[in-house]
Design a protein around this ligand. Structure first.
Ligand code: PTJ
Length: 261
């Protein structure tokens, strides 16, 4: 990782520059869409206001996501062009830690890009990548993200959808699936409709869900169900919005006021 960018690791903007570099390289490699560059810029602005750290409410949501994954019969991680460029090894690691399938699902779907992303994930250790068959459709969606594998997202009971668009988030919810969304914008439609909204950067969130999953592996079903039942999605969204509106500079005051962050 450290030789990817010509910036010392102790540079204050190192993580942000590395992230930008990965997205740029993703576009060059035919993995990330041009729209992905815009999405990254939008995400960076939210992350800056969050203080570029996993806030306590996001960490809790990441633990709940891990519990859902461990309870699931068929968990699936949905991968788009930004996620593939930013966290390919973390996606593979999370799949290993939870027994989840990995499926490529794109807003701007082309067969070429699906294949390039599957290949990229294999280069990072993925064994079986779904999304190429695309023999099923999510009902009620007209665009390309409706195309899924019948033995992948279509069959899943829990789906992790990082950087989702709101339409599909709603459609998956209507199919009765538990949806875990990672999005830096707590006001986005996908975060608002998710069973578990994680307001955090994918570069921190995906490894942290995997770490929680490993931590919870010895937990009983009852313990996992208790973690899931105690989750308050509205409080999670509100805590993130408070942090964003207060800004990172105000975070001590926020913690002092209600202890939520
Ligand atoms: O690869 P494709 O064709 O499937 O396209 C993927 C993108 C992301 C381009 C597509 O889904 C899209 O246009 O998404 P939006 O509508 O721009 O939404 C992206 C959301 O992700 C926004 O709310 C951003 O704030 C958020 N976001 C951007 N970067 C990150 C992020 N959230 C978490 N981590 C990030 N690094």
């Amino acid at each position: 990782m450290s030789d990817e960018v010509e910036v010392p690791e102790d540079h204050p903007r190192y993580q942000s520059l590395l992230t930008r570099h990965r997205i740029e390289a993703g576009v060059e490699k035919g993995i990330t869409s041009q729209q992905g560059l815009i999405a990254e810029g939008r995400g960076e602005a939210f992350d800056y206001l969050l203080g570029e750290e996993t806030i306590p409410s996001a960490d809790e949501a990441e633990r709940v996501a891990a519990a859902y994954f461990l309870l699931a019969e068929h968990p699936v991680i949905s991968v788009n062009g930004n996620v593939a460029a930013l966290v390919p090894e973390a996606v593979v690691d999370l799949a290993e830690a939870t027994g989840a399938d990995v499926e490529v699902n794109l807003f701007g779907r082309t067969e070429e890009r699906v294949r390039a992303i599957a290949e990229h994930l294999r280069e990072h250790g993925a064994e079986d990548v779904k999304g190429l068959t695309a023999d099923a459709r999510i009902p009620g969606l007209s665009h390309e993200r409706a195309k899924v594998d019948s033995d992948g997202i279509y069959d899943a009971d829990v789906v992790l959808v990082p950087l989702e668009d709101g339409d599909r988030a709603e459609a998956l919810g209507e199919m009765g699936k538990t949806e875990v969304v990672i999005d830096l914008n707590p006001l986005s439609r996908s975060a608002q409709t998710a069973t578990v909204p994680i307001i955090d950067n994918v570069v921190r969130a995906v490894p942290n869900v995997a770490a929680h999953a490993r931590d919870l592996r010895g937990a009983s079903r009852e313990e996992l169900e208790e973690i899931v039942a105690g989750f308050d999605r509205e409080a999670t969204l509100a805590a993130a919005e408070r942090r964003l509106r207060g800004g990172a500079l105000d975070r001590d005051g926020e913690a002092g006021r209600d202890g939520a962050e």
